[in-house]
Design a protein around this ligand. Structure first.
Ligand code: ASP
Length: 302
């Protein structure tokens, strides 16, 4: 099979307002370290001729396992003090996709999304049905309390006392990749929004909203106020502008962000196409992101 020399992985660790606790040099170092680890893990797969699908899954898994991000372990809590996790994955070469929403006993929701993509005839499973499905296919379930960090518990308690919404939204994770076979893929994972209503599902697990990949256009992973990304069908809107208007990734990205902003939505995204063009945009105060290619590894947290 003909191989493409260009390989590329982009990741994000959420868009929003930087919490004060995240601006100390120790915290910045810890975030950078986790982001670099995720980039190196995913890139290692691409270097060995692995698929973009495996690369995005591996990178997101690392970030889910880090307490620093709002995905997997360390996710935000809902109004009842519970975690409810959402994730999705999409393969741009086949348009196959898998997603989970509202799961609380799965350590790595991105792996569950991949299981659903590979072993189910459905795209999306929710709650305990998703958990039971992955259990039947060999994934271990965990106690949902073990996903809660003391940091998130304290934040939730403080919010309860103040009876207000958290405005330091940050930490959803995602990845997009291009492999040596010129295939692209995308994955996103999140605990959603702090103090969300039980049962609330954001954009991350909705194909075409927070996550999308199509070799003909681009791979996208979004982060921000999920309701607006769902209403603007953000990721598909970006891809459709490339497909039907023949726009470049950069121009289509700017249009999609304008449309999001016109609804009042705040957030950002990472995207790439199969030629290796990148787009990274946000209209929040900050977004954590990073990328790695044959020349450099970059992590940015502002
Ligand atoms: N988009 C995520 C959601 O609405 C949250 C985030 O990206 O911070 O669930």
């Amino acid at each position: 099979m003909k191989t493409n020399s260009k390989i590329l992985l982009i990741i994000h660790g959420g868009a929003g307002t930087l919490p004060k606790s995240a601006t100390t040099s120790r915290s910045i170092d810890a975030h950078n370290k986790a982001m670099k680890k995720a980039l190196l893990e995913g890139y290692g797969i691409l270097q060995k001729n692995g698929s973009s699908l495996d690369a995005v899954c591996a990178a997101v898994k690392i970030l889910e396992n880090s307490a620093l991000f709002n995905a997997g372990y360390g996710s935000v809590l809902n109004q009842k003090g519970k975690v409810e996790l959402d994730a999705a994955i999409m393969d741009g070469s086949t348009l196959k996709a898998g997603s989970v929403a509202g799961v609380s006993r799965i350590r790595n929701p991105v792996l569950a999304a991949k299981f659903i993509m590979n072993y189910s005839k459905h795209v999306m499973l929710i709650g305990r049905h998703a958990e039971n499905f992955v259990l039947r296919h060999g994934m271990k379930l965990i106690n949902s309390e073990s996903l809660i960090t003391s940091h998130q518990y304290e934040k939730w308690q403080a919010l309860k006392i103040k009876k207000q919404d958290d405005n330091e939204k940050f930490g959803t994770v995602g990845a997009v990749a291009l492999d040596r076979h010129s295939n692209i893929a995308s994955a996103t994972s999140t605990g959603g929004i702090m103090n969300k209503a039980p049962g609330r599902v954001g954009d991350s697990p909705i194909i075409g909203a927070g996550t999308y990949a199509n070799n003909e256009t681009c791979a996208v992973s979004a982060t921000g106020q999920g309701e607006f990304f769902i209403r603007s069908v953000f990721s598909y809107d970006l891809a459709a502008q490339m497909q039907y208007k023949n726009l470049s990734l950069e121009v289509a990205s700017t249009h999609a962000m304008k449309r999001l902003a016109s609804l009042g939505g705040k957030g950002g995204f990472i995207a790439l196409d199969r030629s290796g063009n990148m787009a990274i945009q946000f209209n929040t105060e900050a977004m954590y992101y990073g990328y790695i290619n044959e020349n450099e590894i970059i992590v940015v947290n502002h």
